[in-house]
Design a protein around this ligand. Structure first.
Ligand code: 6R9
Length: 633
């Protein structure tokens, strides 16, 4: 692989990386003690880690102080946040001092609303600065933020508001997408009207002049409250293990899981990994394109780079709007040095042709990164060669909501890249491959990816369901943390992620549980049974194919009913590529759906299904093949 450009002076060499990894293995307590020093603690943690008390148990700190206050003396006038609106001349720059003040005001507004430490605050916003401000304001007063992705339907929002017990919610009148308006407030109104919820106040950001109905007694415009609020605000002293936030993600069960991250461990991890993996240097302009509704936005738009005193860029718009070069213009205009995005975005940008990026000056770029889904060899190579001109480091970072931050990744200068490989674990991380029975496999092999040992970023639990945390992550392969992913390890010990081994579908980097979709379909009484399957998709990585069995075989419009149920219950981002209306699903004699077979048929395979005699209804197979073929022709 070509080495990074000479203007890149990575902080770590391969020898450093080996030394750190050895050190972390030899004496983890000492290693993590040293790492924890990167944060400002109110009370220094004497306890580093033990299984009962978790991470930094007797330490206290405040995450917003670590992301803001501690930088004021040294870099108060440095830009903390560049916000680029969809329109080229719509730019906001906030220094650390500005951001600190805005966060303090927001924190005071929340306190004024009676939000106390431990309370939950829901944040449902488009790509405006208030999202970041609100997150840090929650952290300041010890409330847990619950950021809800903009693409969630009203029902999905209501489910998460109910589960989290949020007392205050923050939304926007609308989101902007070119001339289009996304009805954030209206969706929230619908969510709040679906059933009794604990939200007593809805604060509304005016992104545009569009007026929206306000419910007296419940809704309030946020901006006047911010203006009236005091510009300083005492920060709560939090224990390292006090939750910082709750973030919903999908797994094998239908119900989304509220992943809880703690304050000290999580922030240590976000900060450590952001510096190491992105070779964070003073003067960097760090652009992570993720929505703050996902963990990538939490760790690498907000907490990691701000804890490290970086300058972050937030872009309101989409990659190719209003023209295919929009993202490259943003990089050129703002002199972005570090660009972290998804394989889905890369695939879409790649299709626009090389002349689009070639017409821009991308020479400020130093480090490129991808996350969220496996990247193909050609997309990796295009990103590396055409965008990085072969002189940028390219980090394919593997991690999950539950791990808090990056776990397996190249490190600029220190871990040599291989196209499309997540490569090596960060110092302190111990991945293992296990077979189906849970026995560790050595050497070059393929297996289920688990993590051994402890690391500071691991989630504390699942909100109000620690039993589910144990059964999901710790019980499947006793003694190991189970990731849900499969991986291959090569002769050099490099890891190549092969994808989920459970029933989670990854559409454009968004995790969607098969059961979540099947539960949505079950809300329509005309649907007797269903199965959601992930199939390869050129642009999205995976697409969803849904099999639907109507209660009444002659029922009409089953496809559109299925799409409607999914849009209503989950959101537009989970709409399937194809709905196959079938008389029955292939089942084992014990009545279990044979997903493996449905996957093959959905992928267009017509043979090689193996022994079908174990099916209770083998006759259904030719019918399914025929219906699948008709749907794709
Ligand atoms: C950070 C994030 C986690 C799942 C994970 C895996 C997939 C993430 C990947 C990757 C291949 C990578 N994934 N990074 N697969 N290569 N570099 O995406 O969190 O939304 O919780 O998704 O995404 O399947 O298990 P999350």
């Amino acid at each position: 692989m070509s080495a990074p450009d000479p203007h890149v002076s990575p902080r770590l060499t391969p020898a450093d990386h080996r030394a750190l990894s050895d050190e972390a293995k030899r004496d983890p307590q000492a290693y993590w003690r040293k790492v924890a020093q990167r944060l400002d603690w109110i009370e220094w943690p004497n306890k580093i880690h033990d299984a009962t008390n978790g991470w930094f148990a007797d330490g206290t700190l405040n995450a917003s102080v670590n992301c803001l206050d501690r930088h004021l003396a040294t870099r108060g006038d440095q830009t903390a946040l560049i916000w680029q609106g969809e329109e080229a001349d719509n730019i906001i720059r906030m220094t650390y001092r500005d951001l600190h003040e805005r966060v303090c005001r927001m924190a005071n507004v929340l306190r004024e609303e009676g939000v106390k430490r431990g309370d939950r605050v829901a944040i449902h916003l488009p790509g405006v600065t208030e999202g970041i401000v609100a997150m840090l304001a929650c952290a300041r007063i010890g409330a847990m933020h619950v950021v809800l992705f903009g693409g969630f339907s009203a029902e999905a929002i209501a489910d998460r508001l109910a589960d989290s017990g949020a007392v205050v919610a923050i939304t926007a009148n609308v989101g902007r997408r070119g001339a289009k308006r996304i009805p954030f407030k209206a969706t929230m109104d619908t969510a709040l009207g679906l059933r009794p919820l604990s939200v007593r106040r809805l604060l509304v950001v005016s992104v545009t002049d569009d007026s929206v109905p306000m419910q007296t007694g419940r809704d309030a415009a946020l901006e006047p409250l911010l203006e009236a609020a005091m510009p300083s605000c005492d920060a709560e002293t939090m224990s390292a293990n006090d939750p910082l936030f709750l973030l919903y993600t999908s797994g094998s069960t239908g119900k989304p899981k509220g992943i809880v991250h703690g304050t000290g461990g999580y922030l240590t991890w976000a900060s450590y990994t952001q510096e190491m993996v992105f070779d964070h240097q003073p003067g960097d302009i760090f652009w992570c394109t993720a929505d703050i509704g996902w963990i990538t936005g939490h760790s690498y738009v907000v907490y990691g780079p701000l804890a490290n005193g970086g300058t972050i860029l937030l872009f309101e718009g989409m990659p190719s709007s209003p023209h295919p070069g929009r993202w490259w213009d943003v990089i050129e205009n703002h002199k972005v040095t570090t660009f972290y995005t998804s394989p889905t975005a890369i695939r879409a940008l790649m299709r626009e042709g090389d002349d689009v990026p070639d017409a821009r000056n991308l020479s400020t770029l130093r480090v490129l990164g991808t996350v969220g889904e496996p990247i193909s060899h050609d997309a990796w190579t295009w990103f590396h060669d055409v965008i990085g001109k072969g002189r940028c480091a390219l980090v394919d970072t593997w991690w999950q909501t539950e791990t808090g931050g990056i776990m397996i990744s190249p490190i600029p200068g220190a871990v040599k890249e291989k196209p499309a490989a997540a490569t090596l674990p960060l110092p302190g991380i111990q991945p293992v491959l296990v077979d189906e029975k849970g026995a560790p496999i050595d050497g070059a092999a393929e297996g289920v990816l688990c993590i051994d040992g402890a690391w500071p970023g691991r989630a504390l639990t699942i909100w109000q369901d620690d039993g589910l945390f144990q059964t999901t992550y710790l019980k499947p392969y006793p003694g190991h943390y189970f990731t849900g992913d499969g991986a291959r390890r090569d002769e050099e010990g490099y890891f190549w992620i092969t994808g989920r081994v459970d029933d989670v579908i990854n559409v454009s980097g968004h995790r969607i549980g098969s059961a979540e979709i099947e539960d949505a379909l079950a809300t329509d009484h005309a649907i007797a049974e269903s199965a959601a399957i992930g199939v390869p998709h050129d642009l999205k990585g995976q697409g969803i194919v849904v099999y639907v069995v109507p209660r009444d075989p002659s029922a009409a419009e089953m496809e559109s009913r299925a799409v409607k149920a999914i849009t209503a219950k989950v959101g537009r981002y989970a709409v399937p590529e194809r709905v196959l209306v079938v008389p029955d699903l292939p089942k084992t004699r014990s009545g279990k759906n044979v997903r493996r077979l449905m996957r093959k048929i959905a992928c267009g395979e017509t043979e090689g299904f193996g022994d079908l005699s174990t099916l209770a209804n083998p006759d259904i197979v030719p019918t399914l093949i025929e219906i699948a073929q008709r749907a794709t022709s």
